[in-house]
Design a protein around this ligand. Structure first.
Ligand SMILES: [Zn+2]
Length: 56
């Protein structure tokens, strides 16, 4: 199963919508707009989350 995650805050609360330039994505948690990261598995997503926490 594909997982979409916000590159900015790591949230999976990504909302996709059709804009004038095509598909666009909005993170409902932090307001990030742009292309989300896509992970093939929950394991890959958890690795990304760990990396994100290290940067804080
Ligand atoms: Zn976000």
């Amino acid at each position: 199963m594909e997982i979409r995650a916000c590159p900015s805050c790591g949230s999976k609360n990504i909302f996709s919508y059709l804009s004038v330039i095509g598909m666009n994505y909005l993170c409902k948690d932090c307001g990030f707009q742009g292309v989300p990261f896509i992970f093939d598995s929950e394991e890959d997503y958890q690795v990304f989350l760990d990396e994100l926490k290290k940067q804080e």
